[in-house]
Ligand binder design. Structure first.
Ligand SMILES: *[C@@H]1O[C@H](CO)[C@@H](O)[C@H](O)[C@H]1NC(C)=O
Ligand SMILES: *[C@@H]1O[C@H](CO)[C@@H](O)[C@H](O)[C@H]1NC(C)=O
Length: 288
C-alpha cells in the first residue's frame, strides 16, 4: 500500500418504510425479576413467563433469553399475532416491543486525491485536521487503555492480515475479543447460526475499525492505541434484528467495553425502543 490510496465511506443503506422494519410476529419483552432466589432471578423470570404461556395454550417459539442484569427478558415468535396482546397483559411483562430489522451500511470506495507517500511527522490526514483529531494526536491523546466494541459486520475479511489492524485476533492483538452471533449466511430472514470467528464479509466493520484504530506506517485512525472487540451482527449481506443487537450490546458490556460503536441503518431513534432502552442503561453505567 503506497500512502493512502483508498478511503472507504459508508452510506445508510436501504430506505425503509416504517412497517418494513418490523419483523412479523416477533416480540421482545422485558420481564420482572421474580426475586424468589436473588442469584437466579432471571432464569426464574424466564421459566415463569414461558410456563404461563404454556398454560395459556398460546403457541410461541423462544428466540433469545436476555440474562444480564442490564435487561431481564426474552424474545419470541408467536404463531398468531392477534394473541400478542394477551401476552402483553401477563403480570411478568414490564414492557413489550416488536423485534425490528436494521440494514447494514454499504461501504463505497473513493479514490483519495492527496495520497501522502511519506509518513508525515505530524498527523496531516484531512479528516483528522477537519475534526481536530490531529491536535489530540499532537498532545499524545491516542486512546491508551480504552476498549471499544465494534458491533457491525465483523472485523478483517480480505484484510485479515492487514498490519494496520494488528494482523491477528485474540490475546495480545489489537482485536482481542468478540463473537460472531449470526454467521456469514445470516440475512435477517433466516435463523442466526453463530460462527467461530468474526471474519468480515460485508466490509463495514473493518472500515469502522480502521477509522477507530488503524495503526500503520502510512495511516493511523482516530485512536490508534485503543483495543478493539468485534461483535458480528450481520452476515455477508442483508439485515439484522433488534434482539441480536441487544445481545451484542450486553456481551460487549460484560466484556468490559468502555465505548460501543454500532453502525446500522433504518428509521427509528425513539428512546423507548427496546435496543435504545438497553443503550440508555449502559450510558447510565458509564459505557458510551
Ligand atoms: C428461555 O428460557 C426458557 C425457560 O427456561 C426456555 O424454555 C427457553 O427454551 C429458553 N430460550 C432459549 C432460546 O434458550
Ligand atoms: C406444556 O407443558 C406440558 C407439561 O409440562 C407439556 O407436556 C407440553 O408439551 C407443553 N406445551 C407446550 C406448547 O410447550
Amino acid at each position: 500500500m503506497k500512502g493512502i490510496s483508498l478511503l472507504v465511506l459508508s452510506s445508510l443503506a436501504g430506505v425503509f418504510s416504517v412497517h418494513d422494519n418490523i419483523v412479523p410476529n416477533s416480540y421482545i419483552v422485558e420481564l420482572k425479576p421474580t426475586g424468589k432466589h436473588k442469584r437466579d432471578s432471571t432464569s426464574d423470570a424466564h421459566s415463569d413467563f414461558y410456563n404461563s404461556i404454556n398454560v395459556s395454550g398460546i403457541q410461541i417459539q423462544s428466540r433469545h433469553n436476555f440474562t444480564s442484569d442490564l435487561f431481564h427478558g426474552t424474545s419470541f415468535k408467536i404463531e398468531d399475532k392477534h394473541k400478542a396482546d394477551i401476552i402483553r397483559e401477563f403480570p411478568h411483562v414490564v414492557r413489550m416491543w416488536h423485534v425490528k430489522r436494521y440494514s447494514q451500511p454499504k461501504p463505497v470506495k473513493v479514490e483519495l486525491v492527496n495520497s501522502p507517500n511519506e509518513v508525515p511527522k505530524k498527523d496531516r490526514f484531512g479528516p483528522h485536521i477537519m475534526t481536530g483529531v490531529n491536535k489530540l494526536h499532537d498532545h499524545g491523546v491516542l486512546g491508551d487503555g480504552v476498549f471499544v466494541a465494534v458491533v457491525d459486520t465483523g472485523i478483517y475479511g480480505i484484510d485479515y492480515t492487514h498490519p494496520a489492524l494488528g494482523g491477528c485476533f485474540g490475546s495480545g492483538c489489537l482485536v482481542f475479543t468478540g463473537r460472531d452471533l449470526v454467521g456469514d449466511k445470516y440475512t435477517g430472514d433466516n435463523d442466526p447460526v453463530p460462527g467461530n470467528d468474526i471474519l468480515d464479509c460485508g466490509g463495514h466493520g473493518t472500515h469502522v475499525s480502521g477509522i477507530l484504530a488503524a495503526n500503520d506506517k502510512s495511516f493511523t485512525g482516530v485512536s490508534p492505541k485503543v483495543r478493539l472487540g468485534g461483535w458480528k451482527v450481520f452476515g455477508c449481506k442483508g439485515t439484522t434484528q433488534s434482539d441480536i443487537l441487544i445481545q451484542a450490546f450486553q456481551e460487549a458490556a460484560d466484556a468490559g467495553a468502555d465505548i460501543i460503536s454500532a453502525s446500522v441503518g433504518g428509521p427509528s431513534g425513539w428512546s423507548e425502543d427496546a435496543w435504545a432502552v438497553v443503550a440508555s442503561r449502559l450510558v447510565d453505567r458509564g459505557v458510551l
